[in-house]
Ligand binder design. Sequence first.
Ligand SMILES: [Zn+2]
Length: 258
Amino acid sequence: MHIEPLHAFEDNYIWLITRDGTDACAVVDPGDEEPVVSELEKRGLRLTTILITHKHYDHTGGVDALIKRYPDVEVFGPGNESINHISHSVEDHQQISLPDMNLEFEVLCIPGHTEGHVAYLGNGILFCGDTLFAGGCGRVFSGTFEQMSASLERIGKLPPETQLYCAHEYTQANLGFGLWVEPQSEPLKKRSQSVEAAVKQGVPTVPSSLQEELETNPFLRVEQQNVISAAEKWAGRPLKNNVEVFTALRQWKDRDYD
Ligand SMILES: [Zn+2]
């Protein structure tokens, strides 16, 4: 299996999944059809599958045009969000099989960024949309802070070698916030330097491993004493549990950082 980024808009990644020996391919979160069509045309690939993580336009905007061009394509996505053209409404723990590709993924419902956000897990990989970003996490829009906190905890329990394919190139800015939370962290300083170098060269900083995120992403570190202390200092009060620490971190970043 090969996974490659197709660039869309300012900083979105549409993930292209291909396999040797077949012209069938899949894309994750095609917010724009143009980069997908041009790559598929160039390589003689046939789109059989679209995986959608959530309803936002920069993840779904290309679906309509792609279905017109590839009428046999099957579209997987959450049934409880308003998304047009879904042919397979997915549920938590559901196993899905990508048509003509002999690839299986498990659906994880990870609400918070939106109320129905899902991720696709399989083959050592997680397509996590806008829930977990490299070095950070998505904003809480139409879900709740409780949901987002639980979803991040769930991702945090996956095998640490899992490769995380998120949908935006936000890593550098995220790590800057991480350094507000944990200014003394050596792993974080190191990661920040290597990400800065990659961004300068125009190299994607995604995917990352869960292990790396567990060491440097404050939103997966809400049980670490120094993270709790930093969040409490910002909030100006003691924080009772993981949800409160997560909420303080997210609000801190929303209000003061970006
Ligand atoms: Zn989104």
